[in-house]
Design a protein around this ligand. Structure first.
Ligand code: TNX
Length: 531
């Protein structure tokens, strides 16, 4: 070959390589640029995820969920059975509206046209609930350090599909597309809870399961059941059957009431745990105890059973705090509950004990804290329980009133301030149900607050929104009070403060109106949903 031609072709090859390399670097840099965490408010145009993930990066393209998309669980993972269960849960959620019958398979890699579920041991920084999702036009991978993280990630995936995915019947005219994205997410606070008062009005196992399922879509991870109050005792205690046979037979307004057998309670716990929701049982003491006092005469000063109570006043009842019979019964109750409840926590109430002297209250709480600890559980109580002398960090305080957090003395706190988080307050003057003593709590109030307004970050275990049920006696009313307000609290508890902005949230929430509609939730249709 001619020397000059050789030189010429070498120059051509080198400059070609140079051009290619430069192009590769430019493309590479722009991908890196795209993947960089934007920080601050994320602008979601089409996909509206609540709670807002820690990092959401939209990429080019979309994944289309098809009839033959496979759910693949990583075959190497030691928790394969648990992941398989979750794959079945996801399949159940996706099959109804799509009409597909998605195949579940074990595999080692994310194949083309698959949703791949995988434990990733290197994701320990994301904690038990964190997850990573990668959506490309070829496949989707959901990874977590724990299966719990994969479950939370699956909720994000559901919300990345069109709202019709939540329909309980087949939807023909929708393309099941998901925007390509890279999502990395983990919660800001460990506990994000809902409380339901089943004592003032009783709610069936089915009603409670339904609420668990809806709340889990918003990454709520605890359900606190207020199981006793003046108006009713709602959990079977085998040693003291009259608690339910007598104390369970009433409710506010005089209707029949009801209670959960221990098997029914276990069934609720199992259903909740499958959705990575912890059930926290509460027995409110030493006030709010008329249902107990009505069940057994020996708990009363005069030895006679109290009359059942169907009104809504508070603060008139008290256990006898210096009587050993009281503690024997409490110990039996705590023992039975700790045997059927896997939660680390037992809530002992402690609020509004207006008929208990301060001395009795302090003695009582100190004794009951020890009983709860004896059965291996951590007690939680409503403020002012934190003011009891001599109790330090062994008791978690749930702040609802104006009790000063300064008294906390190392105790962990759950934030439930009534003027922000109470789901039994009316939205506004037009609300059909609810109370007003803490003011109105509208959708904005349920979003524009921060746990650190009330306690130091390191002391905050989490947040909880309580639904007291003096004025709520059916599932539709319950939906109306809980939604959409719980969704705001769910985001406050999950998402870091600098990624929260009400105006931007309102836009996402509007899209969730359609989701709630399709889920059959009777949410409060504020005018923001009309736009
Ligand atoms: C206060 S919050 C209560 C409940 C009532 C509620 C009504 C708390 C610990 N005690 O007994 O149901 O207000 O909003």
């Amino acid at each position: 070959m001619n020397q000059n031609f050789k030189k010429f072709s070498n120059v051509l090859i080198f400059s070609g390589m140079f051009v290619c390399l430069t192009a590769a670097v430019v493309v590479g840099l722009s991908v890196i640029e795209k993947r960089k965490d934007e920080g601050g408010i994320v602008n979601m145009e089409k996909t509206a995820i609540i709670p807002m993930p820690q990092s959401y990066k939209k990429m080019e393209g979309e994944f289309i969920l098809m009839q033959d998309t496979k759910l693949i669980v990583s075959a190497n993972d030691k928790n394969i059975d648990e992941i398989l269960k979750n794959a079945n849960y996801l399949k159940d959620k996706l099959d109804i509206a799509t009409g597909y019958n998605l195949e579940i398979a074990e595999g080692k890699v994310a194949e083309k046209n698959s949703i791949f579920l995988k434990i990733n041991d290197s994701l320990s920084d994301l904690g038990d609930e964190g997850y990573k999702i990668s959506v490309t036009d070829k496949n989707i991978t959901i990874e977590g350090y724990k299966v719990e993280g994969i479950f939370r990630g699956m909720q994000t995936l559901r919300q990345s599909l069109p709202p019709e995915i939540e329909s309980n019947k087949l939807v023909w005219d929708v393309v099941w597309s998901i925007e390509a994205a890279e999502i990395v997410d983990k919660p800001e606070y460990n506990q994000r809870g809902l409380m339901i008062d089943v004592a003032r009005h009783f709610f069936s196992v089915e009603d409670i399961k339904r609420q668990i399922d809806i709340a889990s879509a918003y990454k709520i991870n605890t359900l606190h059941l207020h199981l006793s109050d003046d108006q009713g005792w709602r959990l079977e205690i085998k040693k003291w059957q009259d608690l339910t046979k007598i104390g369970g037979m009433t409710e506010v307004g005089g209707d029949e009431g009801g209670y959960y057998t221990q098997d029914q309670f276990k069934d609720i716990v199992k259903y909740a745990n499958e959705r990575y929701i912890d059930i926290i049982p509460e027995f409110d003491m030493p006030g709010h105890t008329n249902a107990m006092l009505a069940s057994y005469g020996f708990l009363n000063e005069n030895g006679e059973k109290a009359n059942p109570y169907i009104g809504t006043n508070v603060g008139f009842s008290s256990l006898m705090c210096k009587d050993e019979k009281t503690y024997q019964m409490i110990e039996d109750i705590i023992k039975e509950v700790s045997e059927i409840s896997p939660s680390q926590y037992i809530h002992i109430g402690g609020d509004e004990a207006h008929s208990t002297s301060k001395e009795d209250y302090e003695y009582f709480i100190s004794r009951v804290v020890k009983i709860v600890q004896k059965y291996g559980k951590t007690p939680i109580g409503w403020d002012p329980i934190n003011t009891v002398e001599g109790i330090t960090d062994e008791l978690i305080t749930q702040y609802w009133s104006n009790t000063e957090y300064d008294n906390n003395k190392g105790k962990k706190a759950i934030i439930s301030k009534a003027d922000k988080l109470y789901l039994d307050m009316k939205y506004d003057e037009n609300s059909n149900y609810g109370l007003t003593w803490a003011g109105y709590n509208d959708i904005k109030d349920s979003y524009e607050w921060d746990p650190q307004d009330y306690a130091a970050k390191e002391d905050i275990l989490g947040i909880e929104a309580p639904l007291w049920t003096e004025t709520i006696n059916n599932s539709k009313a319950m939906d109306y009070m809980i939604y959409p307000r719980l969704i705001g609290h769910a985001e406050v508890g999950w998402t870091v403060k600098d990624k929260r902005n009400y105006d931007e949230y309102e836009k996402r929430l509007r899209i969730h109106g359609k989701r709630l509609e399709n889920m059959g939730v009777n949410y409060y249709k504020d005018k923001l949903f009309d736009k």
